[in-house]
Write a new protein. Structure first.
Length: 102
């Protein structure tokens, strides 16, 4: 004799509860928030320049966004950084870190 279970015979269990420690924003988001927080002082010191934010502080600045990003990656490795022009209305563009070819 074959024991066949149908959908109406199956038991529906609730979705499991997953208790994660307090969620923290990802590193890029923390760096973006730091830029926003630092913007008033950056407007006095770096207006019109690009700044690179790493570990929630300015680590380098310059006139060329790509050259700046490459310098910062060379110094700190391929980690999420936030690079933006210091202006009244910054434009947010996310550029993923380069991937290593193995």
């Amino acid at each position: 004799m074959c024991n066949v279970t149908t959908m109406k015979d199956s038991e529906l269990l609730p979705a499991p509860q997953i208790n994660l420690p307090g969620s923290t924003p990802d590193k890029w988001e923390r760096e973006r928030s730091a830029f926003s927080r630092l913007l008033p002082s950056l407007m006095r010191t770096h207006k019109g320049k690009y700044v690179a934010i790493h570990e929630e502080r300015v680590v380098d600045f310059g006139d060329d966004k790509i050259a700046l990003a490459l310098r910062v990656y060379a110094k700190f490795g391929y980690v999420p950084i936030y690079v933006s022009e210091v202006t009244e209305q910054p434009r947010i563009v996310r550029i993923p870190s380069p991937r290593r070819v193995q």
